[in-house]
Design a protein around this ligand. Structure first.
Ligand code: SF4
Length: 459
């Protein structure tokens, strides 16, 4: 049977695309390999390219796979996702080992491409390879309309107890530093019925304990198809489903798109985690304006106050961009003072990356790398202190922990997460105890605290 392997780079939104591609290939009868190991017939790399460092990682991964192809461990190499969407045919020209490339809206064509590549090919590298001329191996649509739905077969790459539920694709916010709208197209929501049907199907496994709601901007859900934002309605319907799901986590929200109804829903629906991913990117009004963030310092502060007042024990995750073009020392100090006051439980800081396809690239007074790095270090040092301090407040407390995986090489030791830890981005809890089971909740008494992680014993 033809064996297919995949590596999925970038964000959970890209991971869902990988799962849909694998789901359809499995449905067509291909064997999905856990890893390249002793060889696969076809290897897919689902790439990321929203910033320079992500593109470098994607290209490095392609080059590694090309080496495996030369060693005969991979027969065909297919690149998909944001890198082909950005570079198109150039990618095929510059990477001769790559057999085909597929864009972010061409996922449903993966089966056709794989079939054509494998057609009539008795052995690797044979010249009589009429199936697909090289020019035909670039399947990158300019029209970005694709949106998976409840009928899209998915092969999950996350552990069986948590899953990502993508409710929309694309983005219209046009932040001046961001090229994602070019890679993913205009904002488009799935229908409420489609998302609910998928959430129902997910809960049938009986194993799913956590659903992570994702999109480019989840807070705008529905505005394009229902004439208004429908996230509260959607969350209520997901929360009302009878299933083993205990945690519904909202990721990728936008501070400009919250509503009173949404905050009430986050407060009232007990299954919705007291956790919010709220990227602010900055706090100084001149910088927010140049970033085109559609919000102001005053509005962000007011929103955070409302959220913390309405949602007890809320864990707020945010992300900030350091060294945006024109960021003055005074504006940076304003950000530092705000972060010190607000004490976000979780924070991701990113050094501004000059993307030549973004509007900000042409903005004046780019901040020198040395200053960008110094400012980044200052933010991380401050957040390390805040996070360690907040973690100390858990000492001796009993918290509810979802067990994720065993700690390699040790008995009775596992890692898990509290409601305040999103998978793959936040810290974890190191849990020791008997009878612990992956994918189940356990009460854990915190016996030690670290900067970003907690340590405890099952009680
Ligand atoms: S909200 Fe802004 S940063 Fe996020 S994907 Fe949209 S344009 Fe990019």
């Amino acid at each position: 049977m033809t064996k297919i392997g995949i590596v999925s780079l970038g964000c959970p939104r890209n991971l869902v695309d990988s799962e849909v591609m694998l789901g359809s290939l499995k449905k067509e009868g291909y064997e999905i390999a856990d890893e390249v190991g002793d060889g696969v017939d076809l290897f897919i790399i689902n790439t990321c390219s929203f910033v320079e460092s992500a593109r470098e990682e994607s290209v490095d991964t392609v080059i590694e796979a090309a080496a495996l192809k030369r060693e005969g461990k991979i027969r065909y190499l297919v690149i998909c996702g944001c890198l082909p969407q950005l570079y198109g045919k150039k990618l095929l020209k510059n990477l001769p080992e790559v057999d085909a490339i597929i864009g972010t809206s061409d996922i449903p064509k993966m089966g056709m491409i794989v079939k054509a590549l494998l057609k009539d090919d008795p052995k690797p590298g044979s010249k009589n390879f009429p199936a697909l001329a090289r020019s035909q191996r670039c399947v990158v649509s300019k029209e970005l309309k694709y949106l998976y739905n409840e009928n899209s077969p998915r092969l999950y790459l996350t552990p069986s107890h948590f899953v990502y539920l993508k409710i929309s694709e694309g983005c219209d916010n046009l932040c001046s530093y961001c090229i994602i709208p070019r890679l993913r197209g205009k904002f488009r929501s799935r229908s409420i019925e489609s998302v609910i049907e998928e959430a129902k199907n997910l809960s049938l496994s009986g194993k799913i304990r956590e659903i992570n709601i994702i999109g480019q901007d989840t807070t705008l859900f529905g505005k394009d198809i229902y004439g208004g934002k429908k996230l509260p309605e959607l969350l209520k319907r997901i929360a009302s489903l009878k299933s083993g799901v205990k945690w519904i986590r909202l990721l990728y929200t936008h501070p400009a798109h919250y509503s009173g109804r949404l905050i009430d829903t986050l407060r009232d629906e007990k299954k919705i985690c007291g956790y919010l991913d709220l990227p602010i990117q900055h706090i100084s009004d001149p910088v927010l304006k140049k970033m085109n963030r559609h919000t102001t310092r005053k509005e962000i502060i007011c929103l955070i106050e409302k959220l913390r007042k309405n949602i007890p024990d809320l864990t707020l995750r945010t992300s900030v961009i350091i060294g945006f073009p024109g960021e003055t020392d005074k504006e940076f100090k304003e950000l530092m003072a705000f972060l010190e006051d607000t004490r976000f439980e979780k924070l991701g800081a990113f050094i501004y990356s000059a993307e030549d396809l973004s509007r900000a690239y042409k903005f004046p007074r780019h901040v020198p790398d040395k200053i960008k790095n110094e400012r980044f270090d200052e933010v991380m040092k401050l957040q390390q202190k805040i996070s360690a301090d907040i973690n100390r407040s858990y000492m001796g407390k009993i918290v509810n922990v979802l067990i994720d995986e065993p700690v390699e090489g040790s008995n009775n030791k596992f890692t898990g997460r509290t409601e305040g830890d999103a998978p793959e981005v936040d810290g974890c809890v190191y849990v020791s105890g008997k009878g612990l089971k992956v994918g189940e909740f356990f009460k854990v008494k915190i016996t030690d605290t670290l900067e970003y992680d907690l340590v405890g014993e099952a009680v």
